[in-house]
Design a protein around this ligand. Structure first.
Ligand SMILES: [Zn+2]
Ligand SMILES: [Zn+2]
Length: 382
């Protein structure tokens, strides 16, 4: 039996006073001194401007950098972009890229395991949000064996080595310097330094807490991750967490073009300027398959709850058989593609590739149509 499943063991974990003090002091300052200073002296436009600028840049550096670039390697970045993301990500005070990614990779591998997932939602909202950092839990011990690739990444290794200097320079020296330049050192430090840091912290923490509790599960119910539009808006797209846990190698979290995924748009914009390349996407067919699978499950649940006509049940089952058949055809096509890859030098290669692409599109179309039919059938009955 694991020691962590016993509450007394959790209580015995020693408090991490340094982290607790920093998180508590910055939070208390943000809700007391910052508003007081604002009412009494007011903040100038420069302080507000840098507050907003750093807040967005921190969020993007964590989402597009720490998360999608380093933790999941969903695209390749130009060194210039890596440096920017490493420096501004360090400013977010969420540990170094290497430590953050190590915990995050374990979070994906052992999601919802109270013994292994560093911020398992199974241990409650408070634990997943912030509690996991306040004590030195066994589940929080960094497993460096899962980040060997990042230890060999010069930018990530540099950031890890100089992490605390980077934190102090960006969080203290930079705001003080900017405040000195623009005429209000304290105002700039309080707004662009402290308030920005606290908001940036809790917005990211919501991904570990709220995004595992609040929202829909359109792609998988194998774990607690949820998709939530509002959360996506305030987390620069990270709130499409259900999709992300299903397709973690995809550079997008919001897969539809209209999904509010600012990190996806940021990475795409970088790609336009040659700063990002090899963006990975989950095959459209697999995404559709995941959605349909969840929709069949929902239809079956309704069927069990309401006890409708046998005809409807038959219709549903025939759709399901067709769905399984389409998946088989797709798997067959995948095998054919692998075969063709081996015969790259064959004369007819290009014609064959075009043919394969058409067949892929046909199968995707077939699933799309099936989703529509399923929606119609379900609507008729309920
Ligand atoms: Zn992730
Ligand atoms: Zn998660």
């Amino acid at each position: 039996m694991s020691p962590l499943s016993q509450p007394s063991e959790s209580e015995r974990a020693p408090v991490n006073w340094a982290v607790t003090a920093v998180l508590a002091l910055t939070f208390l300052t943000a809700i007391t001194v910052v508003p007081w200073y604002g009412f009494v002296y007011g903040f100038n436009a420069w302080s507000w401007a840098f507050f907003g600028f750093f807040l967005v840049l921190n969020g993007i550096s964590i989402g597009s950098g720490y998360h999608r670039l380093w933790s999941h390697r969903t695209y390749d970045a130009h060194p210039a972009l890596k440096w920017l993301l490493a420096v501004m990500g360090g400013m977010s005070l969420q540990n170094s890229i290497i430590v953050w990614s190590a915990r995050h990779r374990v979070h994906h591998r052992d999601v919802d395991s109270n013994e292994k997932d560093p911020y398992s939602i199974g241990r409650g909202f408070w634990f997943a949000h912030i509690g996991w950092m306040l004590k030195d839990y066994q589940s929080g011990v960094v497993d460096y064996s899962v980040v060997r690739d990042l230890q060999n990444d010069p930018v990530a290794a540099w950031q890890d080595r100089w992490y605390w200097s980077l934190v102090l320079v960006t969080n203290v020296a930079l705001p003080v310097f900017l405040g000195w330049l623009t005429g209000d050192i304290i105002g700039m430090f309080l707004l662009a330094g402290i308030a920005r840091l606290v908001i940036s912290h809790h917005v990211t923490f919501f991904i570990n807490s709220l995004a595992h509790m609040w929202g829909n599960q359109p792609y998988t119910d194998e774990n607690s991750a949820r998709d939530q539009h509002f959360l996506a808006l305030i987390t620069y797209g990270e709130g499409y967490h259900n999709y992300h846990h299903k397709f973690q190698s995809d550079y997008r979290c919001g897969v539809r073009w209209w999904h509010l995924d600012i990190n996806k748009w940021f990475i795409s914009m970088c790609a336009l300027f040659g700063l990002a390349k090899n963006r990975k996407r989950a095959p459209r067919f697999k995404v559709l398959r995941a959605r349909l699978n969840m929709e069949f499950k929902a239809a079956r649940r309704k069927l069990e709850q309401t006890g409708v006509s046998a005809g409807w049940k038959e219709q549903l089952e025939s759709e399901y058989t067709q769905y399984i058949e389409t998946i088989k055809q797709w798997q067959q096509l995948q095998m054919e593609r692998v075969q063709q890859g081996k015969q790259k030098l064959a004369e007819r290669f290009e014609i064959e590739t075009a043919l394969l692409a058409t067949r892929y599109r046909e199968l995707e179309f077939s699933l799309k149509m099936q989703r529509k039919r399923l929606a119609l059938i379900t609507a008729q009955v309920f």
